[in-house]
Write a protein that binds this ligand. Structure first.
Ligand code: MG
Length: 453
């Protein structure tokens, strides 16, 4: 059983529903191809807490060993922990069994190079070619790979993060923080990080569970109501919620207001640029314009990319950027590792709040100009997408940007973006303006246009 032939890798590794369109046999064959692609060296493997994770990790190990690779097994760890350890412990590559924030029935496989960053599209095509052609390198009877356990992944990861922040400054504030671990993989790492930063930690949903029974695997202002209530009830300084594999973090201030990732990301960008004036920040086309205004004050530069964490990571590497973020809560601090990391973002946020010495809501209010954003998605027939996008472009009533989808600036401070999803038959629409009414009305006009097919 395997996903339809053709492209295996989507925008975020290989994704499938085990038992429905993929089985361990498929994952083993895929992993033989990944081992063939790596050709040499030892590979670090791990999984998040999803159902099938353990079974599929055996399949990954088996496939890699069959192609002659030695495997080190990290067990259940957050994705960024595996990425950081792949790089810092000197592995040739890493393979993670995860479906990130997808619904519980999904699982998947992500492949990282020796720098811990997801392999690029060209390398994914190399793996796909081996899979399509069946040109797998198989070890002969005596040089099959070996496997062993690698118990130091989480420790290495947490030490790495602690080495990148001012632990004295943070500890002195004695922050109290509520963490909504969302039944996900950060449960094995993030709470221990905060112990090391002198914080008083209250955890919610800290039991790892592949059904994600508490609030699902995706943290958003809409799914973090319990976090917001717990922060207020406990009188905590802040709250944070992670996604299923721990690479995304959504923050909540002491009043219980939950921010989208481009708001908290712009705050972190401001803090990083204060330390590195004139630095570059990378973010996709759908993030708030707030970041340009914040960066300008620090003489910084903003580069906009297509939507997708891979594009942000690679642009950060190419341009030597200081920081990157996504509206979904992905934050990338390349001083640590140029991939998104929920625990690193948390430590950096604590350092930022400690340095400012004010409540979270005040720091937000002092730093970010006020804009209002709204977003939605519209189900469409896949064959209609191109025609709809042509119509959106024809009827655009302002300056257009075509980095990803069609972004129209109707005036200096208001824009609307219409963008087909890369993975589902939906069109996403985002609008931002100086008032909520204007943002809503821009959104409505585009929803109408898209629905009129
Ligand atoms: Mg994730």
């Amino acid at each position: 059983m395997e996903p339809p032939r053709g492209i295996l890798f989507g925008t975020n590794g290989v994704r499938f529903i085990p038992g429905v369109n993929a089985d361990p046999g498929f994952v083993m064959r895929l992993s033989e191809c990944i081992g063939t692609y790596f050709a040499e060296g030892d590979i670090l493997v791990g999984r998040d807490g999803r159902f099938w994770g353990e079974t599929l990790l055996y399949a990954v190990t088996s496939g890699l060993m069959s192609s002659g690779r030695n495997v080190a097994e990290a067990g259940l760890v957050p994705t960024p922990a595996l990425q950081y350890a792949t790089k810092s412990l000197g592995y040739r590559g890493g393979v993670m069994v995860t479906a990130s924030h997808n619904p519980p029935e999904y699982n998947g496989v992500k492949v990282f190079g020796s720098d811990g960053v997801e392999i690029n599209r060209l390398d994914e095509q190399r793996v796909e070619k081996v899979f399509r052609e069946g040109s797998v390198t198989r070890a002969n009877w005596r040089d099959v790979g070996t496997s062993r356990s690698e118990p130091s992944v989480v420790r290495t990861y947490l030490q790495g993060i602690l080495s990148k922040v001012n632990t004295k400054l943070i500890s002195a504030r004695k922050f109290s923080i509520v963490m909504d671990l969302g039944n996900g993989a950060q449960a094995v790492a993030a709470p221990y990080l905060l112990d090391g930063l002198g914080c008083k930690v209250i955890t919610l949903n800290a039991t790892i569970d592949g059904a994600f029974p508490a609030r699902g695997p995706e943290p958003t202002p809409g799914t973090l109501g319990d976090l917001s209530a717990a922060v207020r009830a406990a009188g905590a300084d802040l709250g944070v919620g992670y996604d299923g594999d721990g690479d995304r973090a959504i923050f909540c201030d002491e009043k219980g207001t939950v921010y989208w990732g481009d708001q908290s990301g712009s705050l972190l960008a401001d803090y990083v640029l204060e330390k590195k004036p004139g630095g570059t920040v990378v973010t996709p086309i759908n993030s708030s314009q707030v970041v340009e205004l914040v960066a300008a004050r620090r003489r910084g530069k903003v580069i906009r990319t297509r939507v997708g964490t891979g594009d942000v990571s690679r642009t950060i590497l190419d341009r030597g950027a200081a920081f990157g973020f996504e509206e979904n809560g992905g934050s990338i601090y390349p001083d640590h590792i140029p991939v998104r990391d929920g625990a690193m973002a948390t430590a950096l946020m604590l350092e930022c709040l400690a340095a400012r010495g004010l409540p979270f809501s005040k720091v937000m209010g002092n730093t970010l100009p006020l804009f209002f954003m709204t977003k939605t998605k519209v189900q469409v027939q896949p064959e209609k997408v191109k025609e709809i996008m042509r119509k959106v472009e024809r009827q655009a009533d302002g300056r257009i940007e075509k980095v990803d989808g069609i972004k129209t600036w109707v005036d200096d401070k208001s824009w609307v973006l219409v963008r087909p999803s890369g993975t589902e038959p939906i069109i996403r629409i985002f609008a931002e303006a100086e008032t909520q009414e204007k943002a809503d009305s821009l959104l409505r006009s585009r929803v109408k246009l898209v629905k009129s097919g």
